[in-house]
Design a protein around this ligand. Structure first.
Ligand SMILES: C[S@@+](CC[C@H](N)C(=O)[O-])C[C@H]1O[C@@H](n2cnc3c(N)ncnc32)[C@H](O)[C@@H]1O
Length: 301
């Protein structure tokens, strides 16, 4: 599949406009502000699910390789982790969600440095209990192999090389019927991928109306995602919560100015926890004109 796009993916928002194969590499972006935000929310959702002893499952549809070296040439080239996770670690936080995230990052860097950044599957696996399970899908074979090697000895985790969108049809509803679907696509198809994501959420809810669904999305120019947000509000979930973190004004289509999480059927008290957390995150990774938003698009309860 060919497209006009930046050579290492879309999350930087750079538009080098070379014609290259679609091959987003998360190693360039691991630990950036969008990862920090997404992973803080992910850990908060998992912690909420753990409040009940009943087992749950997590489906990570776009899993990546699970563990990234911040000393790699890819990470060093962009330096994105320095303005993301490094700042988040430096903050003296009062927020439970941020402290939980800091502890997870430190657990991956036991020597006290910051050499390793855990991706969503590793963070999820670290949070899971013995009775819970995790299924990961990743389409790039090199990434999927690295992920499978990471979890070779963890019986709770299954790594599947293949299409994450198809997993929604193939694997839902899961057994047990409690849990989370994390959808974190690379948005290489730009705005078209928002439509794919909405269709997948609709399909997911049709199959598993009680599931928690978390979709990450990039924000470059705010006005470009208004149609997506209007359509998201129409999804047939009981509750729909939107959390966004803009590290600078969302007025340029050339940069990743922030990101959001669309949360369908979010666990109880997640919104309260994020209310305390987003301002601290903003303090950690925000620049001039930074802003945050936490808004119910629908609330039936
Ligand atoms: C943003 S990265 C994921 C990062 C990961 N969720 C994390 O938080 O650490 C997106 C990943 O999706 C993979 N990918 C792209 N298209 C896919 C598809 N159709 N199905 C599954 N994975 C896909 C890419 O190879 C890339 O590793």
């Amino acid at each position: 599949m060919l497209a006009m796009r930046a050579h290492h993916g879309d999350h930087t928002g750079t538009h080098a406009c070379q014609t290259v194969a679609m091959n987003y590499r998360h190693a360039f972006h691991a630990g950036n502000h969008a990862d920090v935000f997404k992973h803080v929310v992910l850990l908060a959702v998992l912690d909420a699910l753990k409040r009940k002893p009943a087992p749950f499952m997590v489906l990570d549809t776009h899993a990546g390789r699970g563990r990234y070296s911040l000393a790699s040439s890819a990470a060093q080239r962009t330096g994105e982790a320095q303005s993301g996770v490094a700042r988040a670690l430096g903050l003296h936080s009062n927020s439970e969600a941020l402290v939980r995230y800091q502890q997870a990052i430190r657990a991956c860097n036991p020597d006290g440095g910051l050499r390793v950044y855990p991706g969503s599957p590793l963070l999820a696996a670290m949070a899971l209990r013995e009775q819970d399970r995790l299924i990961c899908r990743e389409t790039q074979s090199e990434e999927a192999q690295a992920l499978a090697a990471l979890f070779a000895h963890d019986r709770r985790v299954q790594v599947q090389a293949g299409d994450g969108w198809a997993a929604i049809k193939a694997l839902l509803p899961p057994t047990p019927r409690r849990g989370l679907v994390l959808i974190d696509p690379p948005y290489e198809a730009q705005l078209a991928e928002f439509d794919t994501a909405l269709a997948a959420l609709g399909e997911g809810l049709r199959r598993w109306s009680q599931g928690v669904f978390a979709l990450w999305y990039p924000i470059k120019r705010g006005r470009d995602i208004q149609r997506f947000l209007r359509r998201a509000a129409q999804l047939p979930a009981q509750d729909i919560l939107l959390a966004e973190l803009l590290i600078r004004p969302d007025d340029s289509p050339l940069r990743l100015n922030g990101s959001g999480m669309l949360l369908l059927n979010p666990p109880w008290r997640l919104a309260e926890e994020l209310t305390a957390t987003l301002p601290e995150l903003l303090q950690a990774v925000g620049e001039d004109g930074a802003a945050q938003r936490l808004q119910w698009l629908r609330r039936e309860a």
